[in-house]
Design a protein around this ligand. Sequence first.
Ligand SMILES: [Zn+2]
Length: 342
Amino acid sequence: MKAGYIKAHHQFELRDVTLPELPEDEVLVKVMACGFCGHDKILADYKAQDWEPFGHEFAGVVEAAGAKVTGLKVGDRVVVMTSMFVTSPMSDFVLNGRPDLAYESLVDYVNRPHVEMGFAEKTLVPECLCYKFDGIPDEEACFAEPMGVAADLVKTADIKLGDDVVVMGCGAIGLMALQMAKASGARKIWAVDQSGCRKKAELALGYGADEVLFTDTADITEYPWPKGGVDRVLVTTPPKTIDIATRLCRPGGIIAFLGIGYGERGMVTFDSNIVHLNKLQIRGSNAMPALYFPFVFDMMHAGLVKVDKMITNTFTLDELPGALNAYLDDAAGTCKAVMINR
Ligand SMILES: [Zn+2]
């Protein structure tokens, strides 16, 4: 069967591969839809030195179940939680009521020694990482993983009714966080991106942003905020933008951020006096374990978070190399690329 591989600087290729024998606690999943993620892009830009299989945002159908699998059967539709804690042995974090911090007992999909991942015809997934769903099209269900990331960010920011909110970055995670901020009772929402990202700006307005601000054409720290600053900033842009976020807040503001900056890119500078004097909080969000899958499907079923219009590029596995390069070359007209296998 075929599987997609990625290497630094936007190189993609298809390989003929053979999956290993099905482990007894895993299932064989026929991939129906797989989203290309911002983290895949980071890998493609900076990190991966060797060819690697990729794709962790996918939905598929169980085609075979290992001997010890008890909760899934052939024909079940599943999405993959990229990491989940195992309850035995239970760590102090779990026993003290914070399973979200029990990193030491996580089963991790992305970093496990890998066979093929989501950009493939089929793949193997541990049963404990599968979440069964129904009633949502595959190409939308594959947003569950990044939607869990957005949910963690919004819950970390603790948005209150009437808050003014800035969402930095109008990629898929930013746009899903924007919709959740709206549903949480935000009074006004400003979306922030670069002026070249025309499609993302248009989507942000469609999803309920009051205004889109561009960081490359104006100094957004000079914006005339109605309350003198905003109550919450959701940062999905690179870590260095935390500095800007601190300068958008009114006293008591909370900045929630996620964003992987490998090496030097993780280093940030900001004026600690602004944080100190204005009693700001900077809160890290990390969707590990990949919690909130029931919540995000509730959001989709209820129509509170819509993703269909974010899918600007679709392609089949056979078209993957050319399709992903075309997607990466078109920052203005794209938002999310999704592979659909029929
Ligand atoms: Zn992702």
